[in-house]
Design a binder for this molecule. Structure first.
Ligand SMILES: Nc1nc2c(c(=O)[nH]1)N[C@H]1C(S)=C(S)[C@@H](COP(=O)(O)OP(=O)(O)OC[C@H]3O[C@@H](n4cnc5c(=O)[nH]c(N)nc54)[C@H](O)[C@@H]3O)O[C@H]1N2
Ligand SMILES: Nc1nc2c(c(=O)[nH]1)N[C@H]1C(S)=C(S)[C@@H](COP(=O)(O)OP(=O)(O)OC[C@H]3O[C@@H](n4cnc5c(=O)[nH]c(N)nc54)[C@H](O)[C@@H]3O)O[C@H]1N2
Ligand code: SF4
Ligand SMILES: [Mo]
Length: 731
């Protein structure tokens, strides 16, 4: 590692950006903050409790205002994702309330492609008329909803679609963790587990960076584990910011993690070092996997992954020596989430490797977090519409895909085929983030009806006929949010500031009114407050109580460490083999599956990755966050130093990046922090919407370089199945 690399490593970890989410590392307490801001005009008032909306973690916080304007936010100590601290994005994104680029009125696309303001009633009436025509001619299954899973959004969008008779409510899963959830479900009957990072002796992270793809509580756990002497191994083509708390970097070629896991399993199984007792009592199909990994030697895996055979062997030994206080962390988006043709199978193999360690349910191992949910509502006014008989579109074509997320990109691809006619987007910038943007925009533009509900003009809004302005999260009260964790909780997003733009409307109002216009208003005869209170009453709580406390814990449901012997599969066991996978064309137990593309001479695999200060496509237009990007040149692509030298490329050079779908230019960051076959393009840039005046045309957009395709069986976007070439501009 060069001097240069170490200096770079220090940068984010030591700066306010990295420290913002690390307890005790330069974090300014509320009292100190109050003193520093004591002279500001207006009285500091506690305005209520809300949930951050800058990413899916929805961390809980108390909001303080001065003269009705948001002054600061203090993270909840009790919230399982937040653990007392919001991250830098959480603070930065709050300024969306006052953004000059907010949507302020309903818009309708004109013949020349520009948008003009219309009134709400006209928008509802026109949308309802088109909905009715689609239902009359093609049935409700020709309607599709794509939404980000947040409390009110999830409830109201799904209810609206169900009321219309459509099963097609999708989340952003295909572009996030679809393959992870689906692969794990095949193995352990659950889409999620948590490595007990804080108490572990050893954790291997495979394409998951707690210090970049931030959830504060996870990063805190990593810091605590590291300080207690845990061995944290980072398997990543990049030396990411989590290396601050890691003991070893294992640079790996993208898309080859499955080979690494299979080879580590080979080592443990051939040496007989695995928890045979746990396996005999709690699993099925072990022999099949043992036979399959017999040929997956560390030498074999070295050829594929670029990780030396001795390293693979040593890591397997170390994981076993630390067992059961060891595990491979589940990952989120990168290796297992949706990136490659083998992401689903990698997720499956990862769970099976952990099963060899016997770590399930034990302190320092890995556990499935307990949760609490509301009981059934008995008051007839909350009676839900009947569940449609049809299955969500895409379930048959991608039989392993989790139907709770759905293969939205496949549904959109059915617009030109005529099977889908109308599409709604709620809090989703699908066009810029789920797959190839040109292709996705073409699909949406071909629809008879397209509606986007957002707070700013986006690539998705641009592709739609109608754009409806939501209030921002600080301006509305939502359905209570139940969150699983070591101690599960319920937490509230309450309104903490008045509406900044009078003609915006909150999500619950928009869907209630749309439902009325579409003739299904009978399912929406309650306010969001009444609904929230009724849900809480089923647990002996009330909205008033939750408003007061912000987050309420369920200590009686807290995690108790014990070997896990009941799984969510049909026979309650861990499955080394899966009939569903076999039916979908995969081997019964996971074996090696190549990524779809492998770089040849002069080619690189394009990888993405989060940056601490941005979220997906939604924060690039926040001026104070973009200022940090510009100050540190964070929009640059990364290229391996030795490769750059061979190509005559120097740090800061302007380079042209080309794939089969797109060519664009940007500056390059030359570094030892990336392995030679990868080019890293940070995930948050390349906005093509002029109305986002801060974000417009800064950097490149990863998805432009990726063709429209879908992971067989599992349904992920395969966001990294693309090859690029790079050349110096003017060379
Ligand atoms: N700052 C920030 N934090 C976030 C978010 C955000 O947008 N910004 N979003 C939240 C959400 S919704 C999600 S899903 C999570 C995502 O969290 P992560 O999954 O951690 O996110 P990524 O940064 O996409 O990927 C992690 C690492 O994987 C590496 N990687 C890429 N390809 C491969 C590969 O093939 N193999 C291996 N081993 N590594 C690879 C990248 O270099 C990167 O360092 O983050 C959450 N937190
Ligand atoms: N280019 C790119 N693509 C990505 C990713 C990436 O980092 N970069 N990350 C991937 C991952 S891990 C995920 S989870 C998905 C996420 O995909 P999405 O859930 O689509 O996330 P964003 O791209 O951030 O878009 C969120 C949209 O919600 C809008 N929004 C924000 N607040 C509100 C609100 O209060 N009300 C309404 N109605 N709208 C609101 C934002 O303006 C934005 O247009 O994207 C995936 N695709
Ligand atoms: S992790 Fe950061 S951006 Fe995400 S919800 Fe929490 S504070 Fe907000
Ligand atoms: Mo995600």
């Amino acid at each position: 590692m060069s001097e240069h690399a170490i200096t770079r490593r220090g940068f984010l970890a030591r700066s306010a950006i990295g420290a913002a989410a690390v307890a005790g590392a330069g974090y300014v307490g509320f009292e100190a903050w109050k003193q520093a801001h004591a002279d500001e005009p207006g009285e500091l008032k506690k305005a209520g409790h809300s949930l951050c909306n800058s990413c899916s973690s929805k961390c809980g916080f108390t909001a303080y205002t001065r003269d009705g304007r948001l002054a600061t936010m203090i993270g909840d100590a009790d919230h399982p994702y937040c653990d007392g601290t919001l991250c830098a994005r959480g603070y930065g994104y709050a300024s969306i309330a006052y953004s000059e680029d907010r949507l302020t009125d309903p818009l309708k696309k004109q013949g020349d492609g520009t948008f003009a303001a219309i009134d709400w009633d006209t928008a509802y009436a026109e949308i309802a008329e088109k909905v009715q025509k689609i239902i009359d001619e093609d049935g409700p299954q020709a309607l599709v909803m794509i939404q980000d899973p947040r409390p009110s959004g999830s409830f109201y969008t799904a209810r609206f679609m169900q009321a219309l008779g459509s099963a097609n409510t999708y989340t952003h899963g295909v572009a996030c963790n679809m393959s992870k959830v689906s692969g794990m479900t095949q193995a352990i009957g659950a889409g999620d587990f948590t490595s007990d990072v804080e108490n572990a002796k050893m954790v291997m992270f495979i394409g998951r960076s707690y210090a970049d793809g931030i959830r504060p509580a996870s990063l805190h756990a990593m810091q605590k584990g590291y300080q207690k002497g845990a061995k944290f191994v980072m398997v990543d083509p990049r030396y990411n910011n989590s290396m601050h708390f890691c003991t070893e970097w294992v640079p790996i070629r993208p898309g080859t993690d499955l080979a690494l896991i299979l080879a580590m399993a080979h080592v443990l199984i051939t040496e007989g070092t695995y928890d045979a007792e746990y396996i005999a009592a709690n699993t099925v199909g072990f022999e099949d996997w043992a036979a399959r990994v017999e040929s997956c030697t560390p030498e074999w895996a070295e050829e594929i992954t670029g990780v030396p055979a001795e390293t693979i062997e040593r890591l397997a030994h170390e994981m076993w020596e630390a067992a059961p206080q060891s595990s491979i962390e589940q990952g989120w988006r990168a290796a297992t989430g949706c990136a490659h043709q083998n992401s689903g199978e990698t997720a499956r193999a990862l769970c099976l490797f952990n099963t060899l360690l016997g770590c399930w349910g034990l302190e320092g191992g890995a556990y499935t977090p307990p949760s609490q949910s509301a009981g059934k509502l008995t008051d007839p006014k909350f009676a839900a519409p009947a569940k449609p008989e049809a299955k969500i579109i895409g379930a048959a074509e991608y039989p392993l895909s989790a139907s709770s997320m759905g293969v939205s990109t496949y549904a959109l691809s059915q617009i030109p085929e005529g099977a889908v006619k109308g599409v709604f987007f709620y809090q989703s910038n699908c066009v810029a983030g789920y797959s190839n943007p040109v292709q996705l925009a073409e699909f949406v533009e071909a629809a008879e009806l397209s509606v986007a509900i957002d707070v700013q003009m986006t690539e998705t809004c641009q592709a739609c006929q109608y754009v409806l302005p939501d209030t921002c999260y600080l301006e509305r009260t939502e359905v209570p949010e139940f969150v699983g964790g070591k101690v599960p909780v319920v937490s509230l997003r309450d309104q903490v500031i008045e509406k900044v733009h009078p003609n915006t409307r909150p999500v619950d109002q928009i869907f209630t009114e749309l439902a009325e216009a579409c003739g299904v208003g009978q399912y929406f005869q309650f306010t969001v407050e009444e609904l929230g209170d009724a849900q809480l009453q089923t647990l002996g709580l009330s909205l008033e109580q939750l408003r007061e406390q912000g987050t309420i814990t369920f200590p009686e449901k807290a995690l108790k460490y014990a070997p896990k012997t009941t799984w969510g599969t049909a026979d309650k066991k861990v499955h080394f083999t899966s009939e569903a996978c076999e039916k979908a064309g995969f081997p019964a137990s996971p074996g090696w599956l190549e990524p779809q593309v492998m770089p040849g001479d002069g080619q690189f695999r394009l990888i993405g990755g989060k940056q601490t200060i941005h979220t997906h496509t939604q924060t690039a237009n926040i001026p104070n966050l973009m200022e940090i990007t510009k100050k540190y040149g964070l929009e640059r692509i990364w290229m391996n130093a030795q490769v750059a030298e061979e190509m005559g490329i120097q740090d800061g050079d302007e380079v042209e990046v080309s794939s089969e779908t797109y060519t664009g230019t940007t500056r390059v960051h030359v570094t030892n922090r990336i392995e030679p076959t990868s080019i890293y393009l940070p995930s948050h840039y390349g906005c093509s919407v002029p109305e986002q005046r801060t974000a417009y045309q800064v950097g490149l957009r990863q998805m432009d370089f990726v063709p429209f395709h879908i992971e067989p069986g599992y349904g992920g976007t395969m966001s990294q199945e693309t090859l690029v070439t790079v050349k110096k501009v003017g060379a």
